[in-house]
Design a protein around this ligand. Structure first.
Ligand SMILES: Cc1cc2nc3c(=O)[nH]c(=O)nc-3n(C[C@H](O)[C@H](O)[C@H](O)COP(=O)(O)OP(=O)(O)OC[C@H]3O[C@@H](n4cnc5c(N)ncnc54)[C@H](O)[C@@H]3O)c2cc1C
Ligand code: SF4
Ligand code: SF4
Length: 1007
């Protein structure tokens, strides 16, 4: 334990005036090393977590390290400023929203300090995520067991705060069963290590332990009587755990031994109200030797529930439930559809519920025995068993996405988190489900069920519309009735997600006034000035009664007196696929999947900065706040299209489209960003000069390629470059791609326009491939177009070049949507004869971002061109290497492909990965490279059109490239690198790595 001087505690001022915030920010900045953010915009980005609530914090502090946390706590204590500790901000009950200074520990307090392999323990800082910790532990064969569904982005500090547990808690328990001790700073700045024996180490700690013990012992009988006995319980403070510590092995109190107490366990589930965690000493477990997963399909939810108890006799590590609502949503989701295929259909009836039954075993033989025992216990039930790691991971991905997927349900009623966390004894689950259904039906709605069935925790989300006052009333009524139902069945309304704003008002009803008084006494022992996350779990102010009505106070849609709604806007995009513009704006539920650091592409700017502001969630919040008029000085109901903070927050979005598919709720920031920017341009009259210049990249390229030698000489001139940097904001370190003679020169004149085409065809009956002349293939890298022509002519096609105009990609990404729409309509008009010509088998587009414009944005934009035509075009458009694969299958003997020797690395373009997957390039390349082709999981390259050119984004662009792409290509310097995206090839070029387009690779191998 480190003992530091204790600062005097000043009573908390009733309110901190807004005008004094600037002064406080200044003072805090000078007292700490970390970053202090007190602007309205920055504060509002921390006003929400994954719950229904929104509370504007006082300020945001990003400590530079754990010592800085202590300095910050002392500063706040000295000024009586409330404090809200925060990790991933994925709480569902609103416990991570408060009128306080938010301490975001996730960016800089995330080190693994020590691993004791023999002792199976480790010490970590609180901001590390569960998955990062387990990745770091991987070589030791040990792991930290609590595995909330949010393990990729939930922090250890947040797991302690919420006493998190996951699917395997039946084997490993909750966080409290996996914590040996905690390093904490108390609300007055006193630093301590809480673990057995701590009471003897300092008079202050002795007093703390003594007072807690007195409170617990004074309520011994009531704790025994009223605390739930379920494996999962997370309501109020863990007085039952402290009582168990004080009792001897025989379960009776013989002598009070304070050194037996471990107050770390009391802090688990205390939701940041008792102390700030600075470090955790965690228990580790050996990884199981063999894992297996059975997936069981049922024709009804009741049948699935009835099967749980028999299955538990086979000693599974987890039994998880998904109901038909979640399964149907997954089927409709681009990202998760494929995981539904893992599920078996019941012999009779339609699939209505699924149980995942997982086994951890010492050997394969033992696993076989468990699987057959399970089948014996579930006769006639359709099941599949998996032992392959990838198949199991895929199945779990669907379970983990259960909650966010529910937010995709159409209509105004959404599946809300307020009775989502009940735990009842497993044998009472079927009754609980039946009665639960009756309650929601009586209130005129329905609910989706998914659960940690093995421990009786049922996550149920009734569908309600918070914009509707009568539904808000229903929320309160259902909340109370379900809490009473859980209690009547020996359970509790907070099984793992905690109390927060939604369930703290129900605690008195559950525990009674005496235990509530005990909880308040505990809070006073730790935090007499009520500075730490005040009002959560217990309320020390007023008459201590938290009215049930407070469950619907400070909701996101009604944070103050006035209800907020998205105003009617004449939008540039359609939002039918998102259930309307208003739903699109409110789509983000805060679950934080976009805060993952590895795997996939979303969200490159967060991965590089670890800054909430630059995560998809930060941008989703910024857009929602601006569009609903919640900006500084904004007017509710009036969108703030010109808010400088929102513009700045959107500035680091790469418009990579990854969130469109990787976010389980399909929050589409690239579309919303373009819409927001276009509305701003409309309000200000027209786009700025830079946008217009960069948006007209085709015209610039066309001019440059007229006399490429001269143009390139000019590009090399220092003066020209300086002017370009000044006007376009380019970074001097960025190379500029040279111009080339237009690709059109390689094609006979008649093949460039459809009108003249017929004259040149003569008797030529070959099927036609149209090569769309995108700006890059036409004027910078015509060799790619020539390669495509070579490949398709070899396969027996006639290739025509469509010099039809621009796809508008640059304009769309920069939000010049009015101008883009005109440009696109003109291009579609020129393409129409090809679209309608049956002899045209495909229109191939070498640049994936142009293809994504044609297949995705063109369908969503409000254009003059008929939708039917746009749909037909989208169906006819392919990457050249993608269509090569089809052509090769149809005409395999027309050409010879020589096998390539040596490693080949493929880096897919972000739009390609988001919309169609990298396999669209890989399949063709694999015909040449065979097993030597490696499809990289490299996320974004960091270039993203003009993003990486600009001086204010160049460094970030390089950091993003350095996350995975550069290390991957540097690790194999002799490999051939393929990248279909022009930007990606450019980024790699500037990194010193030459990459080629996959169609060039195929052409090289073809004879
Ligand atoms: C889709 C979804 C699924 C979920 N599934 C599960 C699940 O399976 N099991 C489960 O247990 N939970 C689950 N949760 C809830 C939540 O994700 C977990 O409890 C998670 O552990 C919270 O971690 P966090 O870092 O996001 O914590 P935060 O939300 O940041 O904080 C949680 C609480 O701890 C406090 N806190 C954070 N850091 C500290 C610190 N250093 N010192 C003191 N107090 C601190 C906060 O003030 C807050 O009260 C789920 C949430 C979502 C959105
Ligand atoms: S943007 Fe998507 S992934 Fe991120 S918090 Fe919102 S809903 Fe979750
Ligand atoms: S478009 Fe890309 S960079 Fe922008 S928020 Fe989505 S994932 Fe992040």
């Amino acid at each position: 334990m480190t003992s530091l001087p204790v600062l005097p505690v000043v009573p908390r001022s009733a309110s901190i005036e807004r005008e004094s915030l600037d002064a406080l920010a200044r003072d805090l900045s000078s007292a700490v090393a970390g970053e202090v953010r007190f602007s309205h915009h920055d504060r509002m980005l921390y006003a929400t977590d994954a719950s229904l609530y929104q509370v504007e914090p006082l300020g945001v502090f990003l400590p530079a390290g754990t010592e800085d946390v202590v300095a910050g706590v002392r500063f706040c204590a000295g000024r009586s400023m409330p404090i809200l500790p925060r990790g991933g901000g994925t709480s569902l009950a609103g416990q991570c929203t408060n009128r306080a200074v938010v301490f975001d520990l996730s960016p800089n307090c995330r080190r693994v300090l020590e691993v004791d392999v023999a002792g199976r323990s480790c010490r970590v800082e609180p901001g590390i995520t569960v998955d990062d910790l387990n990745d770091a532990l991987s070589p030791t064969g040990l792991f930290f067991a609590p595995d909330p569904a949010t393990s990729k982005h939930a922090n250890v500090g947040g797991c302690v705060g919420n006493n998190a547990a996951g699917a395997r808690s039946i084997l490993y328990g909750r966080t409290s069963e996996n914590v040996f001790g905690l390093d904490v700073v108390l609300a007055d700045g006193f630093v301590a290590r809480l673990e057995p024996g701590a009471a003897s180490r300092h008079p202050r700690l002795h007093r703390l332990h003594r007072e807690v013990a007195d409170i617990v012992l004074a309520h011994e009988r009531l704790i025994d009587e009223r605390f739930p006995k379920t494996v999962r319980r997370n309501a109020g403070y863990n007085l039952d755990l402290i009582l168990a510590q004080l009792r001897s092995g025989r379960g009776v109190l013989d002598a009070i031994n304070l050194d037996r107490m471990n107050l770390a366990h009391l802090l688990c589930g205390s939701e940041g109200t008792l102390a700030m965690t600075l470090g955790a000493h965690l228990k580790l477990h050996p990884k199981p030797a063999v894992k297996g997963l059975a997936v069981l399909g049922f024709a009804s939810l009741d049948e699935a529930m009835d099967a749980v108890s028999p299955i538990l006799t086979t000693r599974p590590s987890a039994v998880e439930l998904l109901d038909d609502t979640v399964v149907d949503l997954a089927r409709a989701n681009t990202e998760y559809r494929r995981y539904v295929e893992l599920m078996p259909a019941p012999a009779r009836g339609v699939l209505k519920a699924v149980l995942y039954v997982e086994y951890f075993c010492a050997s394969a033989a033992e696993l076989d025995d468990r699987f057959s025992a399970m089948r014996d216990q579930t006769p006639g039930v359709a099941s599949q068993t998996h032992t392959d790691a990838k198949a199991m991971l895929n199945a779990w991905k669907l379970r983990k996405a259960g909650e966010p997927l529910l937010h995709g349900i159409p209509g105004h009623r959404k599946p809300l988190t307020f009775v989502e966390d009940n735990a009842v004894p497993v044998e009472n689950l079927p009754t609980f489900v039946k009665e639960f259904r009756k309650v929601v039906e009586r209130h005129g709605t329905r609910a989706a069920f998914y659960a940690h069935a093995s421990v009786g925790v049922l996550h149920v989300r009734p569908l309600l519309d918070l914009h509707d006052e009568s539904d808000r009333e229903r929320l309160r009524a259902i909340g109370v009735e379900i809490a009473d139902l859980a209690k009547s069945l020996g359970g509790v309304m907070s099984g793992e997600h905690g109390d927060g704003r939604i369930r703290s008002p129900l605690l008195e009803r559950f525990y009674g006034p005496e235990l509530m008084a005990a909880f308040r006494a505990i809070k006073r022992v730790f935090d007499p000035a009520d500075l730490l996350n005040p009002g959560n779990i217990v309320d020390l102010t007023g008459d201590h009664q938290r009215p049930i009505a407070s469950m619907t106070e400070q909701l996101r849609i009604k944070p103050g007196a006035q209800q907020l709604s998205v105003p009617r806007v004449d939008t540039y995009f359609e939002y039918d696929d998102q259930h309307g513009f208003d739903a699109a704006v409110e789509m983000c539920n805060g679950a934080g999947v976009c805060r993952k650091k590895t795997g996939g592409t979303m969200c490159p700017s967060y991965m590089a900065t670890l800054d909430e502001r630059h995560a998809t969630r930060g941008r989703g919040n910024a857009l929602r706040l601006a569009i609903t008029g919640q900006t500084e000085g904004g007017t509710t109901g009036m969108p703030a299209w010109n808010d400088p903070d929102t513009i700045e927050t959107l500035h680091l979005c790469l418009s990579c489209k990854a969130c469109k598919t990787e976010c389980p709720s399909n929050v589409d920031v690239s579309r919303l960003k373009a819409e927001y920017t276009a509305q701003r341009f409309k309000a200000q009259g027209r786009p700025d000069l830079k946008t217009l210049l960069l948006g007209n990249v085709r015209l610039l390229n066309r001019i440059g390629s007229l006399m490429p030698g001269v143009s390139n000489a000019m590009l090399r001139s220092r003066l020209v470059r300086r002017i370009m940097n000044r006007v376009l904001g380019f970074d001097a370190r960025r190379s500029l791609p040279p111009f080339a003679s237009s690709l059109a020169g390689s094609f006979e004149r008649g093949l460039r326009t459809h009108d003249a085409r017929r004259d040149h065809r003569g008797d030529d009956t070959r099927p036609v491939i149209v090569l769309f002349g995108d700006c890059f293939t036409m004027f910078s890298e015509p060799r790619i177009g020539r390669a495509a022509r070579f490949v398709f002519e070899k396969l027996g096609y006639r290739v025509e070049l469509a010099d039809a105009g621009c796809c508008g990609r640059a304009m769309i990404s920069m939000g010049a949507l009015e101008q883009a729409a005109d440009m696109i309509d003109a291009t579609i008009e020129r393409l129409t004869p090809w679209i309608e010509d049956d002899r045209v088998r495909a229109i191939v587009v070498a640049e994936p971002s142009c293809l994504s414009a044609m297949k995705d944005d063109w369908l969503q934009l409000k254009l003059q061109s008929p939708r039917r035509l746009r749909r037909a075009l989208a169906d006819k458009c392919f990457l050249p290497e993608e269509f090569f694969e089809r052509g090769w299958k149809e005409h395999p003997r027309r050409a010879i492909l020589n096998a390539h020797a040596g490693d080949v690395l493929l880096h897919g373009h972000c739009h390609q990965k988001a919309l169609w997957g990298a396999e669209t390039s890989a399949a063709g390349a694999r015909r040449v490279a065979g097993k030597d082709l490696c499809v990289l999981d490299t996320g974004c390259c960091g270039m993203a059109g003009s993003f990486g050119y600009t001086a204010d984004r160049y460094d970030l662009s390089q950091r993003i490239g350095g996350l995975t792409l550069y290390p991957a290509v540097d690790a194999k310097p002799d490999a051939t690198v393929l990248a279909p995206g022009t930007s990606c090839r450019h980024q790699l070029h500037d990194h010193g790595c030459a990459a080629m387009h996959p169609i060039e690779f195929i052409a090289q191998a073809m004879t």
